[in-house]
Design a protein. Structure first.
Length: 63
């Protein structure tokens, strides 16, 4: 058994966000600006709608 082997690898808490950002940059890097703007707008609207719905439902459960 090799005790100085490299079978195990320690990961930082920033490895997954870095990987996700890199993946998005490569996937959408070649798109025109107007396509990127539309995608960012759609994702932003979806996030705002989700937050609004969550807050509204949270208020209903209290009363």
């Amino acid at each position: 058994m090799n005790e100085s082997g490299t079978e195990q690898m320690l990961a930082s808490k920033w490895d997954l966000p870095f990987l996700a950002f890199s993946l998005l940059r490569v996937a959408f890097g070649g798109l025109p600006f107007w396509v990127k703007a539309i995608l960012i707008g759609l994702v932003g609207c979806l996030g705002a709608w989700t937050a609004f719905t969550w807050l509204r439902d949270r208020g209903r459960r209290v009363t």
